[in-house]
Design a protein around this ligand. Structure first.
Ligand code: PRP
Ligand code: URA
Length: 209
């Protein structure tokens, strides 16, 4: 069974409240998603392996630590996952970025893949799939299947908000993929939106309707 982490750092929770608020406009919404993504990246990288290195400080020689060359790939699910990319790259600037384009049918909620472009060495990378919303789980499930089909073996999923329905699907289909959330909400409504959620993440990020 995969592990589920709800990253309840006060700054993440505080910023999520403003993200959820329907009176928060596009500009502020974008900035907050960016900030929360940076904070979540800080938590998700907690288990990165370190190795020792020897350097000269201005005072003496010292044996200190550096991250031991782990290769990261960020995989935003289009469109809304794009809003999280820059915030994470602030902490992991050398990460490569692959894109998976999926849209959800508004009636059946079935996802359709319309685009995929990945780093050539995804099988060697630790992949972090990012999407603000995990609702029915259909989009993340398909994206992860698509990555595995192309050789990926080491995958984490990071979402701002999830519904229990989506978590159940992901844990059943991908027991090897740990999930990192800003919040686990109550349920889905009849339109497949997360309750209380934040509405349509793509529309709020890009100012569309
Ligand atoms: C949203 C969201 C997720 C998906 C979640 O994307 O960004 O990708 O819905 O729902 P699910 O868990 O039920 O699949 P949407 O399909 O609206 O596309 P967009 O990002 O282009 O707006
Ligand atoms: N997609 C969104 O953007 N929001 C939801 O609440 C569910 C799916």
């Amino acid at each position: 069974m995969s592990k589920l982490f709800v990253l309840d750092h006060p700054l993440i929770q505080h910023k999520l409240t403003y993200i959820r608020n329907k009176n928060t406009g596009t500009k502020e919404f974008r900035a907050l998603v960016d900030e929360v993504s940076t904070l979540m990246a800080f938590e998700i990288t907690r288990d990165m392996p370190l190795e020792e290195t020897t350097i000269e400080t201005p005072v003496t020689q010292a044996t200190t630590k550096v991250i031991s060359g782990k290769k990261i790939g960020l995989i935003p699910i289009l469109r809304a996952g794009l809003g999280m990319v820059d915030g994470i790259l602030k902490l992991i600037p050398a990460a490569k970025v692959g894109h998976v384009g999926l849209y959800r049918d508004p009636v059946t909620f079935t996802p359709t893949e319309y685009y995929i472009k990945l780093p050539s060495d995804i099988e060697e990378r630790e992949l972090i799939v990012i999407d603000p919303m995990l609702a029915t789980g259909g989009s993340a499930n398909d994206a992860i299947h698509s990555l595995k089909k192309r050789g990926a073996t080491n995958i984490k999923l990071m979402c701002l908000i999830a519904a229990p329905e989506g978590i159940e699907v992901l844990q059943k289909e991908h027991p090897d993929v740990d999930i990192y959330l800003g919040a686990l909400d109550e349920k889905l409504n009849e339109k497949g939106y997360i309750v209380p959620g934040l509405g349509d993440a793509g529309d709020r990020l890009f100012g569309t309707k």
